[in-house]
Design a protein around this ligand. Structure first.
Ligand code: SF4
Ligand code: SF4
Length: 311
């Protein structure tokens, strides 16, 4: 039994939808074990339930993730349906997908629909990125960032928002988000003439591929201890699962993407998207199911899908 404090849901502001685990990359820190060989994908019926839930619950933010969510054949249709409801859409983009064969129109589509691009770039040094994400990923990421800048993403006075995501190499906690953002901003501007809006620092979660990696190195227990000993109670109020529900590719509901990967269903589970449509659920005040991995969200400066919680 975990010693993580009891927490409850507030009003739901974000629906985070995982379209499947297929990805064009195979990163070491991946918490969903995504890869080119994964075949799990959300079916069309479930895709169509997403806008219904957004509308019925008045949720104004759709956060689309994967794998590489853009590989889903209905990705664009889902974006268009959500935009027709005036919902903010976030694409959790790995950048290299914008350079894959057959995806030539993707960046224009994202720009035309004012999709917020939240893109992984775990370092501004090429060697570190390639070590974590695969050979050649940095070069392709830089190319994709230039493409996005050219369309107006990340530029002053533009409506097109480009956020970058940093996660540490190995078992360290992320440094100060504010200081690192400045370092990224200066380096990417001076060396590559690249611009972005915000940098989000995210703690590596000790689950799936990253957990296996730590276990192989004999560092798993040590990392859990680091997360526990760095627990910062001030981060509890803004923890993301309080205002978010997460949906897996089969339409099941979870408190967050991490619980989804661990197969830890929401209280009163199993609950699916179709259950949210057939009868209205009130999530406010319901217990969030927690475990030791949750210390990854409160350790140090805290961590969430929108970066650190306290700096
Ligand atoms: S971390 Fe992202 S880009 Fe890397 S394998 Fe996982 S889903 Fe794909
Ligand atoms: S892992 Fe999920 S449930 Fe646990 S604290 Fe983080 S967001 Fe909440």
């Amino acid at each position: 039994m975990s010693t993580f404090p009891k927490i409850q849901k507030n009003n739901i502001e974000t629906l985070q939808v995982n379209l499947g685990y297929k990805c064009n990359q195979t990163c070491i820190h991946c918490h969903v074990n995504a890869s080119p060989s994964r075949v799990e994908m959300m079916d069309k019926d479930t895709i169509y339930m997403v806008p219904k839930v957004l509308e019925a619950y008045g949720i104004k933010c759709l956060d689309i993730t994967g794998g590489a969510p853009e590989l889903h054949p209905d990705f664009k249709e889902l974006v268009l349906l959500a935009k027709s409801l005036d919902v903010k859409v976030i694409d959790r983009c790995n950048l290299t997908i914008l350079t894959e064969p057959g995806q030539q129109d993707l960046s224009n589509f994202l720009a035309d629909n004012k999709v917020v691009v939240t893109a992984s770039l775990p370092c501004y040094e090429g060697d570190n990125v390639d070590k974590q994400r695969g050979e050649g990923v940095f070069k392709r990421s830089i190319y994709a960032l230039k493409l996005l800048n050219k369309l107006g993403y990340g530029l002053n006075n533009s409506e097109l928002v480009l956020n970058l995501v940093y996660n540490p190499q190995g078992t360290k906690l992320p440094p100060s988000q504010k200081e690192l953002e400045l370092a990224y901003r200066n380096h990417l501007r001076d060396k590559y003439n690249i611009y972005f809006n915000n940098l989000f620092t995210i703690t590596n979660m000790p689950i799936k591929r990253f957990a296996d990696h730590l276990k192989k190195l004999g560092q798993f227990d040590e990392y859990i201890e680091l997360l526990k000993s760095s627990h910062n109670i001030n981060n509890l109020d803004s923890i993301m699962c309080k205002t978010l529900i997460s949906v897996d590719w089969q339409g099941y509901i979870f408190d967050c993407d991490f619980n989804q990967q661990l197969g830890i269903g929401i209280a009163g589970n199993p609950l699916r998207l179709k259950d949210l449509i057939s009868s209205k659920k009130d999530f406010f005040g319901t217990n969030i199911i927690v475990g030791d991995h949750c210390f990854g969200c409160t350790a140090g400066n805290g961590s969430s899908c929108t970066g650190s919680l306290s700096n």
